[in-house]
Design a protein. Structure first.
Length: 238
C-alpha cells in the first residue's frame, strides 16, 4: 500500500480574512472570510476577473495591507526564522520584513530612477543592514544577464531588463516568499515568458516560494497551483 504524500510546509497563510473598502453605502467588500495557504517551495497563482479580490489577497498575504478581520501568518522558515502574525505587526515591522523575509515584484518595476542597476539590486539589503552575499549576488547578475548593465540607470533599460533587475532585487535577500503582482503585464509575450521561466527556475532549482497574481491563463499554468477568486471569495483551488 502506497503511503500518502506528506503535506507540504506552509510559507504564508491567511485564515478567515475580510477586507472592506469605503464606508456606509459606498462600502465594497474586497475579501469575504477568505482562507488560503501558500506552500513553501512552490509557485501559487491567484486568478480571477477584475474586482475578484486577487490583488487585495496578495497585498494581505504580503503585509502591504492589514485585513479588517482574520489572521495572516508568516510561517517559520527552514533557516530558523520564527513564525509571525503579520496582521498584528506594526507598519514599521512589516516594512522591515519586506526588506528581508518578504519580497515584492510589481508590474511597473518600482526601481529607483536615480540609482544604477547594481545599487537598485542591493538597496533593500542595505536598507535592512543585511550583509550581501557577494557570491550569490554575482550568480544572480550572471544568470539574469545583467552584468553589462550594472552601471546603467533604469531609463536606459528595456522593460524586460528592468523586470529582471526587480527580480534580482527581490531574490538577493533570499526571502521566504516572493509576491508578484502582474509581473508580465507590461511586457511583450517573449519577454514575459522569459520572466516566467525565471520564476520556474527560482522555485524548482533555488527553492523559492512564489505567489503571483495574473490574468493570463497560460502564465498561470506554468506554476504549481491555481487559486481562483470571484466576488471576494475563493471559488476553486487546484
Amino acid at each position: 500500500m502506497t503511503s500518502p504524500s506528506p503535506t507540504p510546509a506552509m510559507a504564508v497563510s491567511a485564515r478567515s480574512v475580510s477586507v472592506t473598502y469605503g464606508r456606509g453605502q459606498a462600502a465594497v467588500s474586497a475579501l469575504n472570510n477568505v482562507s488560503v495557504a501558500i506552500p513553501r517551495g512552490q509557485w501559487t497563482t491567484l486568478m480571477g476577473p477584475s474586482g475578484s479580490g486577487k490583488t487585495t489577497l496578495l497585498h494581505v498575504l504580503s503585509g502591504l495591507i492589514t485585513p479588517d478581520s482574520g489572521s495572516v501568518t508568516l510561517h517559520a522558515s527552514p533557516g530558523g526564522q520564527p513564525a509571525l502574525q503579520l496582521h498584528s505587526l506594526s507598519e514599521a515591522k512589516r516594512t522591515q520584513l519586506r526588506a528581508s523575509r518578504i519580497s515584492l515584484v510589481f508590474q511597473d518595476f518600482n526601481l529607483v530612477p536615480v540609482l544604477n542597476v547594481a545599487d537598485n539590486i542591493r538597496l533593500p539589503s542595505r536598507l535592512s543592514h543585511q550583509k550581501i552575499d557577494k557570491a550569490f549576488y554575482e550568480q544572480l547578475v550572471e544568470r539574469l544577464g545583467l552584468g553589462p548593465r550594472l552601471k546603467h540607470l533604469p531609463h536606459e533599460l528595456s522593460g524586460g531588463q528592468r523586470q529582471r533587475v526587480a527580480i534580482a532585487r527581490s531574490v538577493l535577500s533570499r526571502p521566504d516568499v516572493i509576491f508578484a503582482d502582474e509581473p508580465t503585464g507590461a511586457l511583450d509575450s517573449e519577454t514575459g515568458q522569459e520572466v516566467l521561466s525565471l520564476f520556474r527556475e527560482m522555485v524548482s532549482q533555488w527553492g523559492n516560494t512564489v505567489a503571483m497574481v495574473t490574468h493570463d491563463e497560460d502564465a498561470a499554468r506554468q506554476g504549481d497551483a491555481i487559486v481562483r477568486l470571484k466576488d471576494g471569495q475563493i471559488v476553486s483551488a487546484s
